[in-house]
Structure formats: C-alpha cells, structure tokens
Design a protein around this ligand. Structure first.
Ligand code: BV8
Ligand code: ZN
Length: 270
C-alpha cells in the first residue's frame, strides 16, 4: 500500500519544478499494484466529486490556492446563502446568471468522461457530486446524486413548482413562474438543509462502497465532507485525487497528487 508520505514528496518536488509530465509518469508508476488489483477486483465503487473536477472544463473553483472565491466583493459562501437570497434575491440571481453563462460554455473534460466509462465497468457505481454544473450527466454518467442541486433547475417560491430553465442570459431577474411567483435557483445554498432523501442515499452508498474516490474537493463543506468518514467506517479503500492536500488527505489510503483530467484516464489505462 502506498502511504501518502512515500508517494507524495517526490511528486510534489516534481510539481514544484513544473515537470507535470514527469510527475504524471511518476503517478502512473505510483498507481500501485495494490490500487490496480483493487480497481480490477472491485464490485462497488463510489465517487465524491467537487468543483475541482470541473476546473479543466473552465468552471472556476471556489477555493484552492488559499482564498475563497469573491464575486463583486462578496465571498461566495455569503452570496450563495439563504440569508442573501432573502435579503437581495436580485443580487443572488445576478451571481447565478453569471455562473450560468460560464457553465453554459463548459463541456465535460477527460475526468468526467473517465467516470462515465467507469460506470459500465463495475457492478455498482455511484457518483455523489457537490457540483451543480450538470457536467457528469452531460458526460453520460447516469447514477449521479446531486447533493447541492442543479444550476439548470428553478423552483417557485409561491407554488413550489420545479422546472428546467436554460435561458442564458436570463430574460428577467429575478425570473418569474407561470403562476406569477418569483423563482429561485433549485440549489442548496449555505445555511439550507440538503435534500433529505439524496443525502440519505449518499450516506448509504458511502457506507457500502469498496472503493471510495474523493476527487477535486477541498473537503470543507458539510455535510458532504463527512462522507469520506462514513466510507472509512464502512471499510472502504479511500483514494484522493487532488493537486493539493485537504482535510480528507489524512483519511485516505492513496493520494494521487494531480489533475483529475490527467490522473483518472491514467488510472483507467492502468
Ligand atoms: C447545512 C450550491 C444545516 C450553491 C453549495 C458556519 C456557519 C454557517 C454554516 C456552517 C458553518 N460551519 C459549517 C456550516 C455548514 C455549511 C458549511 O459546511 N460551511 C463551510 C464553508 C464551513 N454547510 C451548509 O450550510 C450546508 N447546509 O449545513 O445545513 C441545516 C440543517 C437543517 C436546517 C437548515 C440548515 C449547505 C452546504 C451546501 C452549500 N452549497 N453549492 C452554489 O454552488 O452556489 S457548496 C459549494 O461548495 C459548491 O457546491 C462546491 O462544490 C462546494 C464545496 O466546494 P468544493 O466542491 O470542494 O470546491 P472548492 O473550490 O472548495 O475546492 C476545489 C478543490 O479542487 C480544491 O481542493 C483544489 O485543490 C482541487 N482542484 C483544483 N483543480 C483540480 C482540482 N482537483 C482535481 N483536478 C483539478 N484539475
Ligand atoms: Zn409558481
């Protein structure tokens, strides 16, 4: 088994020298016999993804490299919050209008496509995503649990109706429902509860996975960040894919320090 300390340091040294190709070669050799054997033998695989898996599609992440993303002077945890939606719905919709424009130009990258391919290889394969960009589904993945909702869905604050809305840019801000009510993004904002049924299914899948991948997440946002702990307790073998260390790094069996769009295809080939 490769402990993070052995595989990590040489990789980081190469990354610091910007020798990504050499680093990738090292990752390929570091994709140990242990991981390959488990990968070949696994029946139940669960993957937790965060904003980092969409970074190579041109969708900005929220953190990484230290700071938290800021938009018009607001940290994103503040602008993407239930409190701000109550106080200034038009501002929150301006923020989501901007993100809808960015995401409408994004296409799935090699990492999304690798996971869509993996879904065909295992008896049970589930993606649990924190992302709202719909790129897993666009890549062909079918079993996707969206913990935080979907940017292309809207929900009426009056009649509760949920609909798809892919207008870019939005014709009016805030957009209105056929009933005249104001629409909101059908996403989970900070300070809001996750959809109970989706969260319960994600926790159940995490507890029964044999392999649990943690890909492109800073592992800071709860309750999603608790899923690796549940997977660990359920006896899963944990693999993290991230150029940087995170609070989840201490939990995992193997760290593949690199970009998801390079590491996942390399693992598929391995
Ligand atoms: C809840 C939808 C309870 C919206 C999102 C203190 C005060 C207030 C609240 C809290 C608090 N402490 C804890 C909380 C709870 C709070 C929370 O966890 N806050 C954090 C900041 C501490 N959580 C909540 O509020 C949740 N609700 O607790 O409700 C409750 C119960 C009952 C009744 C009422 C309430 C709701 C959380 C969901 C919030 N919504 N998204 C939107 O998108 O606008 S979360 C948001 O952050 C996104 O979904 C995003 O995905 C998610 C997490 O971020 P990451 O995905 O990890 O992305 P990040 O940028 O952080 O990291 C990217 C990583 O990728 C980095 O590690 C980087 O190194 C790596 N990377 C970069 N490039 C690559 C790469 N990896 C691989 N390849 C690459 N190429
Ligand atoms: Zn309505």
């Amino acid at each position: 088994m490769v402990s993070p300390s052995t595989s990590f340091r040489p990789l980081l040294a190469e990354m610091r020298r910007g020798r990504y190709y050499h680093c990738l070669r090292m990752i390929q050799t570091e994709i140990t016999e242990e991981l390959k054997r488990r990968f070949r033998r696994a029946r139940r695989v669960v993957v937790l993804t965060g904003a980092g898996i969409s970074a190579e599609s041109g969708v900005p992440t929220f953190r990484g490299g230290g700071g938290s993303a800021v938009w018009k002077g607001f940290p994103f945890e503040q602008i993407s919050s239930a409190d701000m939606l109550t106080r200034d719905p038009a501002l929150v919709w301006e923020w989501f209008n901007y993100r809808r424009e960015v995401i409408s130009r994004a296409r799935p990258n090699a990492a999304h496509r690798a996971l869509a391919d993996w879904e065909k290889r295992f008896e049970s394969f589930v993606i649990i995503t924190q992302n709202i960009d719909d790129l897993h589904r666009a890549a062909g993945s079918r079993t996707v649990l969206e913990l935080h909702g979907n940017i292309w869905r809207v929900r009426c604050l009056s009649c509760g109706r949920v609909a798809e809305n892919r207008q870019v840019p939005l014709r009016e801000i805030p957009p209105k429902c056929a009933c005249g009510g104001v629409l909101r993004p059908d996403v989970v904002l900070f300070g809001e509860a996750l959809p109970g049924e989706v969260l319960h299914r994600a926790q159940t899948e995490a507890a029964r996975g044999e392999l649990f991948f943690i890909i492109g997440t800073s592992a800071i946002v709860y309750p999603a960040a608790y899923l690796p702990v549940i997977a660990r307790r359920g006896g899963a073998y944990l693999i993290e894919v991230n150029p940087e260390a995170t609070p989840a790094s201490r939990l995992v069996d193997v760290t593949l320090a690199g970009k998801a769009g390079e590491v996942l295809p390399a693992l598929s080939d391995a």
